[in-house]
Design a protein around this ligand. Sequence first.
Ligand code: GDP
Ligand code: IMO
Ligand code: MG
Length: 430
Amino acid sequence: MANVAVVGTQWGDEGKGKVVDWLSARADVVVRFQGGHNAGHTLVIGGETYKLSLLPSSVVRRGKIGILGNGVVIDVWAFLQEVSEMQARGLHIAPDNLCIAEGAHLILPVHAELDRLREAMRGASKIGTTGRGIGPAYEDKVARRGIRAADLATPDLLARKIGDLLLHHNALRRGLEEKEASASDLLERLLKIAPEILPFVGPAWRTLNAARREGKRLLFEGAQGAALDVDHGTYPFVTSSNALAAQAALGSGVGLGAIDYALGITKSYATRVGEGPFPTEQRNATGRTLGERGDEFGTVTGRKRRCGWFDAVMVRQAAEVGGLDGIALTKLDVLDGMERLSVCVGYEVGGRRLDYLPAAAADQQAARPIYETMEGWSSSTRGARSWSDLPAAAVKYVRYIEELIGAPVVMLSTSPERDDTIVMRDPFQD
Ligand code: GDP
Ligand code: IMO
Ligand code: MG
């Protein structure tokens, strides 16, 4: 029985939500394993749009179990807000179909405040975070002073832990000339919300391993993408978690053997929201055209996404460091009507030609793309549901990209709609 991990291979927003939704028809359990409500996953089903930040994409289908694994950071207020928004749209979301891992760390108001304060302080050298407290929450986790979902059940311990946590945060806040946070206020807020959260909290790892033993199919829903991975991305312009498929095991509590297939979601061009190096960025009419046709605005913050040509070097690197078995190529339709298409096949850095993106921030900033160009196609691929519907030049583009990445393109997406998807090889059946 194959279990599939879906991960981003660029700077996020590749269309993971759409692909997870499509695949989840045949999954029993859908698991988020890293990140938090910095993610924004869009699903379009029969003209209805759902934008999910924290909830696994399983919530739109009946009879599926959703898990927020131990690797996810959870803002409990944002969680309840999203649950109630989705319930208002008629979706069933309750402790019988959604589980928060006991060990998942909480994002607290002090985290979001610190995230925003730091960004303001950095000025022009800001990271361009989503301002949701993701980084500071992971910092506290690694520093062993974080508050976990299970802690909500023991008020005495929670009070002690808040004391410890605020000792650290208030020292920082004094340094930033910010008002200190009150321990009693935070305790009161958490105890007030605890009865609504605790029914969802449980040993998610057990649920997952039991499901596996029963032969159920697991689908791991990654957030962000390889270039935002804290180890392998364009550090420091990254998120604060690992976004590669290997994290699916650690961030949910299953063994490596539970991940049979890593599917990399890849946009047919490149986008990035926030600051940081982006070698193929097009700050010109091409970039504007891609942005307009691709409707490239951040799902979470509404920020305009930076747009550029497809960077095959970066995606090949993502395929190698992340161990991808196959690629789902999305938004091919956005390239319809472009006369010529450029694809980055290497970089020039300090007079040297490289076939990978070096780790040094200065080199990443200095990397100049080396392009191959090819002819575009004038007919429409939008909504195509079979390979034979594609113009020859589009097929050529897909095959070229596949060859450069070194991983097979097994799925193609041709519009935001769930069913506008071409499947060459089903990852669940592989
Ligand atoms: P995610 O974060 O990876 O789940 O991606 P987002 O949902 O943030 O951004 C992808 C955007 O592209 C969403 O608005 C999707 O509805 C849309 N989308 C997904 N696949 C396609 C496609 O094949 N064609 C077009 N035109 N839009 C797509
Ligand atoms: P999905 O799952 C695109 C970016 C932010 C910023 C950097 C760090 O929808 O693909 P953070 O708030 O995580 O500390 O911000 O990461 N970022 C994303 N960009 N898609 C996402 O998620 C992102 N999540 C974070 O814009 O540059
Ligand atoms: Mg997104």
